[in-house]
Structures are given as structure tokens and as C-alpha cells.
Design a protein around this ligand. Structure first.
Ligand code: FDA
Length: 378
């Protein structure tokens, strides 16, 4: 293979490194991607029967407070003024999420001032509980009624485990907003790419010095570049080392796509289902991400039900489980990664960390600054 740099994986991390290495550092870059499309989990496609843009690996909302990342992203795409809001169905009622004054007033069935709501939640959170379990920790943060309505069933579905048997450190905080602001994100910048995610990702890869090889697994290359050409690896960390220290734990998701013969199925982009009896965790309805698109049909809509479970060996890894055993294993893999000459590990799979898109882009820009740029170019 002839290249100055090989990037494994074409998600936001890999493409940011490839784009900067080519455009700024003048390197010839080969990107190898196992899947038959670029973009990693942010990939989207226009569903052929309806023309509605579907995020194949779950809803992707772009948001950031990082000026540098925002400026960088805007080189490749303009953003709509979409602001994300989420609803949660509990029994036969529906409430805004994250928990806000709007949720609290609706749930307890009366108007409260911010101070009254704070007092009520503080009283309910004062219950004596074992904070070593997820249930106890959640109750100590938001009180039992809100925990039982919004957290218990949803968490049990996400983890296939009773929250009384999950460790408390699975949740660090459960933010409660004592205002009627029902926006999901607090970031300075938010929006969706006007022409869709794939157009954005393709523009990043569209450089004469970048060659993307789709459907190519790095571990099946005839001529491995390791040792001869620098490699940035964004695939699973444990796989790189042949799982010799064990398999890091992940949760995966199953998605069930359906075209409905109605203009609007649920009136919102994302609705969570909090009750344990409902088998799915969320329903996504993609038309609501782009109310500005006038070519969407008015007699059909695309929905996607989401189910959560532990990942088996052949499944897509989505969310790190991060159990104490995983953390010990990760420390051993990190030592080995540090000692691996000519290979840099990055991205959510390569570092075993959940990263939002803006975090993946930000850490890729830092890797280019700190690890790829030769001192003379600084
Ligand atoms: P990513 O996983 O995207 O890319 C890695 C690539 O490497 C993949 O394309 C994979 O096929 C490839 N690869 C792996 N092994 C390989 C091998 N051996 N050879 C060749 N290629 C290989 N973020 C956000 O900001 N807002 C949001 O709303 C969401 N929503 C969301 C939902 C769900 C369900 C998930 C799982 C994630 C999100 N994210 C998100 C996070 C977002 O998807 C994430 O930031 C990016 O995927 C990170 O990009 P990476 O490049 O690190 O990984």
C-alpha cells in the first residue's frame, strides 16, 4: 500500500484525522472501512420508498459548545435550526424529558414554582436508601415517585437487569431543571446538517489526497501497514490485540424500521417508553428532524423502534458497559496500546469511551495537533 497515513474506520474520528492530514499536513491518506458505507454510526440514508432521511444506527443530533469544532463542522455543512426535545410515555400519559419543572408539574398534577418543586423533590430524595445500587442512587437524586415513573422500567430495559442489582455508579447524575425549558441539550450550538449526515461525511472525505476503501477489514489486508506506514486505528481496542486480555463489554441496540401509511405517527422525533412492559425503549420518527423539507410525503412516515441488550461477539458495539472488570481489562489494553509503535488509537471503539460526535471530532483535531503534526509544522 502506498500512503503517508492509514486510517482505520471512516466515522467522525477517522474522517477528521484523514481530512486534516490531507488538507493541512499534505499527507496521502488511505482510509479503510469494514462496512460498505462511510461515516461510521453517524451514517444516514434516504429511505427509498419515502425519501425520508433515516439515521441507520439511531438518531444523531449534533450539538456542541466547542467553538473550534463548530467552526470546523461548518466548513462541510450548514445546519438547520432544529432543537431537540424528547417525550416519555409513562402508562397512558406523556411527559417532557429530561425532568424539568414542566415534567414535575404535569406528573404531580399541579402548578408549582421552582422553589416549591425543589422542596418537594428534596423531601422525596431524603428517603433512606442504599446508594450503592442504581435504584438507591436514583432515589437519592430525584426521589422515589419520579424514579419509579421515569427511570426504573427504562433502566431495566436498557440493562436487562433489575436496577436494584445494578451498581450505583452506573449513573453519576440525573439532571433536573427547575424551569420550563424543555430542550434536551444545553449546548451553545445545535442543529442538523441541511443536506443530511452522509453529504457532510462525504464532503470531509472528498479530497484528492484521500482514498477511501469500503468493505475492507483492516485485519484482512494482505499487506498490513503496521511498522511501515503510520496508522490511526478507530476500530475496537480489544480486537486489535486479538482479545488476548478478554472481551470488553458493550451494550448493543436492535432497530426495527417500519413505514406507516399516515402523515404523522407520533408528532415528535423521539418518544421514550418508560414502562418495563413495553419491550422497546424508544420510537424514532425521522420526518420530524427536518420539518423544513417540503419533499417529504404527506401520506407516509418512517418510524424505528429501538431495543437494547448486551452485545454478543457478532453484534455492533454501541455503549461501553464499563464494569469494574472492564476497567481493569481496559487498563491492560491501554498499556499495550501505548507500547504499539506507529499506531495511534482513537474514537469511541479505539478508546472504549462513549463519545458524542462533537467529542469525536474534537479529540481527532487534538490528535492531529499533538501526535501527527511534525514539530516544524507547529
Ligand atoms: P464510529 O463507530 O462512528 O466509526 C468507527 C468506524 O470504524 C466504523 O465505521 C467501523 O465500521 C470501522 N471499523 C471498525 N473496525 C474496523 C476494521 N477492523 N477495519 C475497518 N474499519 C473498521 N453522537 C451525538 O453527538 N449525538 C447523537 O445524537 C448521537 N447518537 C448516537 C446514538 C447511538 C445509538 C450511538 C451508538 C451513538 C450516538 N452518537 C451520537 C455517537 C456517535 O455515533 C459517535 O460520536 C461517533 O460514531 C464517533 O465516531 P467514531 O469515528 O469514533 O466511531
Amino acid at each position: 500500500m502506498r500512503a503517508d497515513l492509514v486510517v482505520v474506520g471512516s466515522g467522525f474520528f477517522g474522517l477528521t484525522v484523514a481530512e486534516r492530514a490531507a488538507a493541512e499536513l499534505g499527507m496521502d491518506v488511505v482510509v479503510v472501512e469494514r462496512r460498505d458505507h462511510l461515516g461510521g454510526n453517524a451514517f444516514s440514508e434516504f429511505e427509498p420508498a419515502t425519501g425520508i432521511e433515516v439515521h441507520r444506527y439511531g438518531s444523531h443530533l449534533f450539538h456542541t459548545s466547542n467553538e473550534r469544532v463548530w467552526r470546523y463542522a461548518n466548513r462541510f455543512t450548514a445546519f438547520t435550526d432544529y432543537r431537540h426535545r424528547v417525550l416519555s410515555v409513562v402508562g397512558d400519559r406523556v411527559y417532557p424529558l429530561p425532568i424539568s419543572l414542566a415534567t414535575i408539574c404535569a406528573y404531580f398534577g399541579r402548578m408549582m414554582s421552582p422553589a416549591e418543586a425543589r422542596r418537594l423533590i428534596a423531601e422525596q430524595a431524603a428517603e433512606q436508601v442504599d446508594v450503592g445500587t442504581l435504584e438507591g442512587r436514583a432515589i437519592s437524586l430525584i426521589g422515589r415517585p419520579l424514579y419509579e415513573a421515569f427511570v426504573r422500567g427504562y433502566t431495566a430495559k436498557q440493562w436487562q437487569t433489575d436496577p436494584r442489582e445494578l451498581p450505583g455508579d452506573v449513573i453519576s447524575r440525573l439532571p433536573v431543571r427547575y424551569t420550563f425549558d424543555t430542550r434536551y441539550f444545553n449546548d451553545l450550538y445545535e442543529g442538523l446538517p441541511v443536506d443530511g449526515y452522509t453529504a457532510w461525511l462525504e464532503r470531509m472525505a472528498d479530497h484528492p489526497r484521500i482514498e477511501v476503501r469500503l468493505g475492507v477489514d483492516f485485519f484482512e489486508l494482505d499487506d498490513s501497514p503496521v511498522g511501515t506506514i503510520p496508522v490511526v486505528y478507530t476500530g475496537p481496542l480489544d480486537r486489535y490485540f486479538g482479545y488476548t486480555e478478554g472481551r470488553l463489554g458493550w451494550r448493543t441496540l436492535d432497530f426495527e424500521l417500519e413505514i406507516k401509511s399516515v402523515a404523522d405517527f407520533q408528532g415528535a422525533a423521539v418518544v421514550n417508553y418508560a414502562d418495563a412492559e413495553v419491550p422497546y425503549t424508544r420510537i424514532h420518527e425521522f420526518r420530524h428532524f427536518h420539518p423544513e423539507r417540503d419533499h417529504y410525503p404527506d401520506d407516509r412516515t418512517v418510524i424505528m423502534r429501538e431495543y437494547s441488550r448486551f452485545a454478543g461477539p457478532g453484534d455492533e458495539p454501541y455503549y461501553p458497559i464499563n464494569s469494574p472488570a472492564d476497567r481493569r481489562m481496559l487498563a491492560r489494553y491501554r498499556e499495550r496500546a501505548k507500547a504499539e509503535r506507529g499506531v495511534l488509537f482513537g474514537g469511541r471503539l479505539g478508546t472504549y469511551r462513549y463519545l458524542d460526535m462533537h467529542m469525536a471530532i474534537g479529540s481527532a483535531l487534538s490528535m492531529v495537533d499533538n501526535r501527527l503534526r511534525v514539530p516544524a509544522q507547529r
